[in-house]
Design a protein around this ligand. Structure first.
Ligand code: ATP
Ligand code: MG
Length: 425
């Protein structure tokens, strides 16, 4: 079978989630008749050469990427030429900004003043102004996500196209990142002959794969618990209100277990996966974990409850930081749907119960639900970001990537995006 040429025309989507613990590459194909994306291939491998979103060994990372990309290409029988990448790290910062433009009125037939309606160029201009913040030279914009528009005194407008008024204001969620982190990540993929179509902040991709429309509308926080980072995205009224990264993830639990029990990281990881419970009160009081002896010493056994105490303490710390971040979103109404936890760290036993107790809101585990075929081979919470990357180009309006065509209005483009978002769920 000859390889299919990639690109937006035949609507093949490729996402590469570059995490500290796992790297996942996925290929999806859009089915325009039902407006869904079907998974064509996916492959994951243990990550090397990257920690907390920072490249620690470029050559190792490129080798791992090459392997995972080749595996995915083989599975889907498709040659990858373009891809969207995930990005995370402490260097990522997000703020909400706004800008306004006057809407010049035009003369009517009798010389009277008539108000003209808002066109695509006005919307484009106001978003452009909203993202024109002064940034330090080592930072750049990662996303410019429209939140709402205000026409004169009317607010909470999602699409002002065609409305009339004197003043148009646009509010956006602006995500910025360190230039070096972005360019280095892109260059690793480009070295493999693949064009990077865009970088996507991890929790925003994970949210697309796991949340539904009602949740985004009435309020929810997506918490992606990775290995070295926990990243969050707060949604309300259908748009991102706040996003952030916390530099602690599930590997901190592994490290705690290794230190407390004096075992290797690999042994600690195995103990975490097999025995640890996020709530020590829910772990078995009688079960003892056998720890093989080292250097001829005695075999030891530790009660499961004891191990879970360390785990619970670390998870509580992470959840407290999550609550602090959600408070920064400054949303007056309570978030109706509470919190969705996803990412590999969400696999921890009894994590939902602990999260509900310590954060005092409704919590559910988020799995990729918005990609057809993912339920069979990519249904784990650690697949959420890769699945979300496949949805990103079709379902997100990122002004940063929109260029005003010279002789064409962007109406068609906006129209397309609006419809696909409406039809998505
Ligand atoms: N069953 C399980 N119980 C507890 N923890 C688990 C389980 N399965 C996976 N994990 C943890 O999930 C983490 C990996 O999750 P994930 O693949 O989402 O991380 P990542 O995306 O590579 O990391 P990051 O986003 O921080 O760069 C590891 O720390 C792993 O120990
Ligand atoms: Mg991750």
């Amino acid at each position: 079978m000859s390889p299919i040429v990639n690109g937006q025309d035949n609507r093949l989507m490729v996402g590469i989630d570059i995490g500290s613990a796992n790297i996942t590459c996925a290929i999806g194909q859009a089915d325009s008749s039902i407006n869904r994306i079907k998974l064509r291939g996916i492959s994951s491998t243990l990550s090397t050469g990257i920690k907390r979103g920072t490249i620690t060994n470029r050559n190792e990372l490129i080798d791992t990427l090459e392997k995972v990309i080749n595996d995915t290409e083989r599975m889907a029988n498709i040659k990858i030429t373009n891809a969207f990448l995930s990005i995370t790290g402490e260097h990522i910062r997000a703020i909400n900004t706004q800008a306004a433009i006057p809407l010049n009125r035009i003369n009517g037939v009798n010389g009277g003043i008539v108000e003209r309606s808002i066109n695509d160029a006005d919307i484009f201009q106001v978003l452009d102004l909203a993202q024109a913040v002064s940034l330090p030279i080592d930072r750049d914009i990662l996303h410019t996500l429209p939140q709402e528009y205000v026409v004169d005194t009317l607010n909470e407008i999602k699409d002002p196209l065609g409305m009339t008024g004197r003043r148009l204001e646009g509010k956006v969620h602006l995500v910025t990142a360190a230039k070096t982190a972005m360019t280095n990540l892109v260059s690793c993929i480009e070295e493999l002959g693949i064009t990077v179509d865009g970088l996507v902040f991890q929790p925003l991709a994970a949210a697309l794969a796991t949340l539904n429309n009602d949740e985004m509308e009435l309020g929810i926080t997506l918490v992606d618990i990775g290995s070295t980072t926990t990243s969050i995205a707060v949604y309300h009224e259908g748009t991102v209100q706040h996003s952030a990264t916390i530099p602690i993830g599930s590997s901190s639990i592994t490290n705690d277990i290794a230190v407390m029990l004096q075992v290797s990281i690999d042994e600690a990881e195995m103990i975490k996966m097999k025995y640890a419970s996020a709530k020590s009160s829910m772990s078995s009081p009688d079960l003892e974990i056998n720890i093989p002896s080292k250097n001829g010493g005695m075999n030891r056994s530790i009660p499961e409850k004891e191990v879970s105490k360390y785990v619970e303490a670390r998870m509580q710390e992470i959840f407290q930081m999550v609550i602090r971040e959600i408070a920064r979103a400054n949303i007056k109404d309570p978030l109706t749907y509470g919190i969705v936890i996803t990412g590999g760290g969400a696999e921890l036993r009894n994590i939902v119960s602990l999260a509900e107790n310590s954060m005092g809101v409704k919590v559910r585990k988020g799995k990729p639900i918005n990609i057809d075929g993912a339920q069979d081979i990519a249904d784990g919470p650690h697949h959420s970001t890769a699945m979300g990357l496949l949805l990103w180009p079709l379902y997100t309006t990122d002004h940063l990537n929109m260029k005003m065509p010279k002789n064409r209005s962007i109406k068609g483009l906006l129209e397309k995006i609006r419809h696909t978002i409406e039809d998505m769920f």
